[in-house]
Design a binder for this molecule. Structure first.
Ligand SMILES: [Ca+2]
Ligand SMILES: [Ca+2]
Ligand SMILES: [Ca+2]
Length: 258
């Protein structure tokens, strides 16, 4: 009887370990309510966007499990106004694995990357797409699962397909709103204009020079020889640094696994 109990307990323990077997590589917390882009972005006016928060990152973490690298976005609010799942939130992460790469975040993000990417992974609803450094769609077996209740979006990518050690890579996660143009597939980041419209955000620029990104994660200021090398820029400064006069896009800084 005792042996059976021990075996039972051990089986339960092993099951628990398997269920929580993901190795946490890094986690970044992000403030609630800073889904305002350069400081004054607002959501489109259609009632589908409700109270907002669909593009508000609360945390971003990177895990490793069973040969997959997993990107976990926890969002303030996911909504399903049409009973078809999460179609309004779009999250993406650019992954820099080596020298060179794509300097532009694609799919109408309208931002550049300080760490040019070899992979960009976009997810909305149950749809995920991965592009390479040449902006070509590639099928590397990425999978997304979305929990509407907890606001958690988990994107799993087979790490062997990405060739290398994640600990040395750099990551640029972003959140915005998706525009699937009514087609139901994976679309683009929804446009932000000066004034909000029914299906367009507001607080940006009418010419496509402003980011269509509502929320990012600002890396901590880097220490040089043990001291902080200057003040870290705020999210508003980073996302507001576009210039129509100079034709300059915003450049997003990347996160590193410590
Ligand atoms: Ca946030
Ligand atoms: Ca690169
Ligand atoms: Ca943020």
């Amino acid at each position: 009887m005792k042996t059976i109990m021990v075996v039972l307990i051990m089986s339960v323990l092993m099951l628990c370990t398997a269920a929580h077997g993901a190795e946490l590589l890094s986690v970044w917390q992000d403030p609630a309510g800073d889904d305002t882009g350069d400081g004054d972005y607002v959501y489109p006016t259609n009632a589908a966007f409700g109270e907002g928060g669909e593009a508000d990152i609360l945390s971003f973490s990177i895990e490793k499990e069973n040969g997959n690298i997993i990107f976990v976005f926890r969002m303030r609010s996911l909504v399903d106004p049409w009973g078809v799942g999460n179609r309004l939130t779009m999250v993406a992460v650019a992954v820099d694995t080596e020298e060179g790469g794509d300097k532009e975040f694609r799919r109408n993000a309208n931002v550049l990357l300080a760490a040019p990417s070899e992979y960009q992974i976009f997810a909305a609803g149950e749809t995920v797409a991965v592009i390479d450094a040449e902006s070509e769609l590639i099928d590397i077996g990425a999978v997304v699962t979305t929990d509407m209740k907890t606001g958690i979006i988990r994107i799993s990518v087979p790490i062997a397909q990405m060739d290398g050690a994640a600990s040395a890579w750099r990551f640029t996660p972003v959140a915005g709103l998706q525009d699937d143009y009514g087609a139901g597939g994976l679309g683009d980041f929804r446009e932000v204009k000066v004034e909000p419209e029914e299906w367009r955000g507001g607080g940006g620029h009418d010419l496509a020079i402003d980011p269509n990104i509502y929320d990012i994660i600002v890396p901590e200021a880097k220490k040089v020889l043990g001291i902080f090398g200057g003040r870290a820029r705020s999210q508003e400064e980073i996302l507001g640094a576009y210039s129509l006069e100079r034709g300059e896009y915003v450049v997003l800084p990347a996160l590193e696994i410590n």
